[in-house]
Write a protein that binds this ligand. Structure first.
Ligand code: AMP
Ligand code: FES
Ligand code: ZN
Length: 300
C-alpha cells in the first residue's frame, strides 16, 4: 500500500476517502479537514478567543493539538465530573497534555460545586447521562461567557454527529433536527459553539493522536452503557464498511438539503429567558442546574 500523495509506503488506509497516507501526508490531510470545516462554516478566525472543552479523550486532545498547530488563540476547560472510576484519569490526561503543549487549562471541579456525579446519580430522578450532559453544557457556557471567550469548541467527530442525526431522525425530533449542526451561533445568552472535527471519523482522530504522538486517556464513563447512540454508531459503521463515504455524505446532505425543512418548526428560542437565580438562559423559570443544586442541598 502506497501513500496516495507521495507514493512512499502508507501507514493508514482510508477507504472512505479512497486514499492511503504516510504519516506526514495523513497529518496534512487531517489538518485540511479541520481547516475546511472552520472555513466553510465560518467557525472562527485568528481574532477569536477560543475555549476548547477538553475531556482528556482522543477527540478533544486531537482538536486542541490541531488548533494550536494552526496558530489559533486557545485555552482549555476541563470539567472534573467527580466519578471515581473515570474522572481522575480524565483530569490527569487533560492536565498533562496541556502542560506539555503550552495550552492554558482551566479546571472546574463538580465535587466543589456539590455536584459530584457519583452523588448526583444517587439522587437524580432522571437518567444520569442527561443530567450530566446538561451540567457540562451549563458550565461550558457559563465559563465561556464570564471569561470573555468568543467561541466554545468541542471535540464531537463525524461518528458522534451522524449517530445523533440518525437517532433524531428515527424519533423525528424536529426541535433537535432544526438546530443540529457544526455551528450554533451566539444567541439568547448562549456562547457560539463549534465542532471543528465534524468531518473526521473516530478512526481518523485516533490515528491523528497516534501519529502526532498525543497520549490520550481511555476512561469510559461507568454510567453510560445504556446510552442509545452506540447502537446507531454500529449501524452506521456497518453501512460505511459496505459503502465507503456514506457517513459524510449523509451528514453533508442533511446540512445542505435536509435541515432547512426543519428550521421553521423549532420554536424553543422564543421561550428562552434568564434563570431567576443565576441568569443562565432557560425555558423554565429556574434553570436545570439551579434545580439540581436544590435537590443536592447545595446552598447558594
Ligand atoms: P462526549 O459527549 O463525552 O462524547 O464528549 C463530546 C465533547 O464534549 C468532547 O470531545 C469534549 O470536547 C467535551 N467534553 C466531554 N466531557 C468533558 C469534560 N468532562 N470536560 C470538558 N469537556 C468535555
Ligand atoms: Fe456524564 Fe457519563 S460522563 S454520565
Ligand atoms: Zn440557574
Amino acid at each position: 500500500m502506497k501513500c496516495t500523495r507521495c507514493k512512499i509506503p502508507a501507514v493508514v488506509a482510508l477507504p472512505s476517502h479512497h486514499a492511503a497516507f504516510c504519516r506526514d501526508c495523513f497529518l496534512l490531510f487531517a489538518r485540511r479537514l479541520v481547516e475546511r470545516a472552520i472555513e466553510e462554516h465560518q467557525m472562527f478566525t485568528a481574532e477569536d478567543r477560543i475555549l476548547v472543552a477538553i475531556s482528556g479523550g482522543k477527540d478533544s486532545l486531537a482538536l486542541s493539538w490541531q488548533l494550536k498547530e494552526l496558530g489559533y488563540n486557545i485555552a482549555g476547560l476541563h470539567i472534573d465530573l467527580g466519578i471515581p472510576e473515570s474522572s481522575p484519569i480524565a483530569r490527569q490526561y487533560s492536565e498533562r497534555f496541556c502542560a506539555t503543549r503550552g495550552i492554558p487549562l482551566h479546571v472546574l471541579d463538580m465535587a466543589a460545586e456539590g455536584l459530584a456525579m457519583c452523588e448526583v446519580k444517587r439522587r437524580a430522578r432522571r437518567p444520569i447521562c442527561s443530567v450530566c450532559g446538561q451540567t457540562k453544557r451549563y458550565f461550558f457556557n457559563k465559563f465561556a461567557m464570564e471569561n470573555g471567550f468568543t467561541v466554545l469548541a468541542t471535540g464531537h467527530n463525524l461518528d458522534d454527529e451522524t449517530s445523533r442525526l440518525l437517532a433524531n431522525i428515527m424519533r423525528w425530533d424536529v426541535e433537535f433536527l432544526s438546530d443540529q449542526g457544526p455551528v450554533m451561533p451566539a444567541q439568547n445568552g448562549f456562547a457560539k459553539k463549534v465542532k471543528p472535527l465534524f468531518r473526521m471519523s473516530e478512526f481518523e482522530t485516533a490515528n491523528l493522536c497516534f501519529l502526532a504522538g498525543i497520549d490520550y486517556g481511555y476512561a469510559p464513563c461507568p454510567y453510560s452503557s445504556k446510552a442509545s447512540f452506540p447502537v446507531y454508531k454500529n449501524l452506521l459503521a456497518e453501512l460505511e464498511d459496505r459503502q465507503p463515504g456514506r457517513k459524510i455524505h449523509f451528514y453533508d446532505g442533511f446540512l445542505k438539503r435536509g435541515q432547512g425543512g426543519f428550521t421553521a418548526q423549532g420554536e424553543k428560542d422564543a421561550l428562552v429567558q434568564p434563570c431567576q437565580r443565576c441568569g443562565y438562559p432557560t425555558s423554565a423559570g429556574e434553570c436545570g442546574v439551579c434545580r439540581l443544586k436544590d435537590l443536592m442541598g447545595v446552598t447558594p
